[in-house]
Write a protein that binds this ligand. Structure first.
Ligand SMILES: Cc1ncc(COP(=O)(O)O)c(C=O)c1O
Length: 415
């Protein structure tokens, strides 16, 4: 019997139920993944007991020799993985990493230019409900009706706005990001270039998406999306002055004691990302997403930008009489977890939307390949074709549950 089961059967039972849910459903939220049992073990390790305010060799508490070693390992592996000189592995999550970049490099009220939330940007890129839109004067660029960034238009906007920071990177953009073009735009207006690669980091690490280095001044990512590591954030740069400012912005600026157990787990995750196996995984993620896009388009649905270069597919229902919310709910009843998403030309509210975002990373981690993605894409279209038919959705749910159960996530309980 596990310690958890013995001590707190209520929480244990909820963990069991969550594993059952993750096993029986097809997890296709583009920002989710299944991490390794080794990562989970490190997250549940004795490092959770340790306070280690400060940085390796510069701590405010005693007894940090092993915390120092594990944090240095995570830093060294992150730098090797992304080919950069400095990394801060302490951000508790992606939003904190982004907050630290602004806090380190600009002042309250300064201008930032990022991708519009409704066009695929993230809340922390200047959206009004977020600290980034409240503390800074935020301006946005978007995508054209074809679903792609028009770099000349971004240049025009940047010339007018004259931002201190330009943010590139997105939460719902299916095409490659041209960091070199963003560098040219930043240079034209004298802005700092900040790349948030939270969604594509796993592909970048494997050489399956161009790297933001050497173009971006500062790069952030989460470690739990395509990187498949523990839930957390990471900030990287090649500039020593920026690195110093970032370190102070994280601690003591925004955070207190680091989550040393999560830092240990980040180190384990980076070891996985540095392996040959990882390169094969990232290739498969892209190939599976492109099968999804092809089948969905063949079945007559509009895929934003007519395909994908990465791990996600955005499907638009602007030409249909149902919303993203309807599709999300119907697919949920069929055992497929996706999220509703705004699309270019959106006229519905962000709570309703006219699209869905579908991702391949999690199911690829379960071992699914093109063959399974073709079946799943067809079932997605079967649901959408007859969106009010709940009996059909229940039938598809059973079929997909049987498919899902062939791909074991964890061979032994890891909670
Ligand atoms: C591009 C991008 N940046 C930052 C974040 C924030 O990450 P977190 O949820 O870990 O705060 C996300 C999360 O969805 C994201 O998509």
């Amino acid at each position: 019997m596990s310690f958890l089961q013995e001590f707190d059967n209520e929480v244990y039972a909820l963990c069991e139920k969550e594993l059952e849910r993750q096993t029986d459903h097809l997890e296709m939220i583009a920002s989710e993944n299944f991490t390794l049992p080794a990562v989970m073990e490190a997250m549940g390790s004795v490092f959770t007991n340790k306070y280690a305010e400060g940085y390796p060799q510069k701590r405010y508490y005693g007894g940090c020799e092993f915390a120092d070693a594990v944090e240095q390992l995570a830093i060294d592996r992150a730098c090797e993985l992304f080919g950069c000189k400095f990394a801060n592995v302490q951000p508790h999550a992606g939003s904190q990493a982004n907050g630290a970049v602004y806090a380190a490099l600009i002042k309250a009220g300064d201008k930032i230019l990022g991708m519009d939330l409704s066009h695929g940007g993230h809340l922390t890129h200047g959206a009004k409900p977020s600290f980034s839109g409240k503390n800074y004067q935020s301006f946005t660029y978007g995508v054209e009706l074809d679903g792609r960034i028009n770099y000349e238009r971004v240049m025009d906007i940047a010339r007018i706005v004259q931002p201190k920071i330009i943010v590139c990177g997105a939460s719902a953009y299916a095409r490659e990001i041209d960091f070199k073009k963003f560098r040219e735009i930043a240079d034209e207006v004298g802005a700092i270039l900040f790349a948030d690669i939270a969604h594509i980091a796993g592909l970048v690490a494997a050489g399956e998406h161009p790297s933001p280095f050497p173009y971006a001044d500062v790069v952030t990512t989460t470690t739990h999306k395509t990187l498949a590591g523990p839930r957390g954030g990471l900030i990287m740069t090649n500039d020593e002055e920026i690195a110093k400012k970032i370190n102070s912005a994280i601690f003591p600026g925004l955070q207190g004691g680091p989550l040393v157990h999560v830092i240990a787990a980040k180190a384990v995750g980076f070891k996985y990302n540095l392996s040959e196996e990882w390169k094969a995984y990232a290739k498969q993620v892209k190939s599976n997403a492109s099968v999804l896009a092809e089948v969905i388009m063949k079945r007559g649905y509009k895929v934003v930008s007519d395909g994908t270069d990465n791990h996600l597919v955005l499907v638009s229902f602007l030409d249909r009489d149902f919303s993203g919310k309807d599709a999300d709910a119907a697919l949920g009843r069929a055992g497929i977890t996706v999220n509703k998403n705004t699309v270019p030309g959106e006229f519905r509210s962000p709570f309703v939307t006219s699209g869905i975002r579908i991702g391949s990373p999690a199911l690829t981690s379960r071992g699914m390949k093109e063959e399974q993605f073709e079946i799943i894409a067809n079932r997605i279209c079967d649901v959408l074709d007859d969106i009010e038919n709940e009996a059909k959705q229940a039938e598809i749910k059973e079929e997909l549950k049987a498919l899902a159960q062939q791909f074991v996530i964890y061979s032994q309980p890891t909670y």
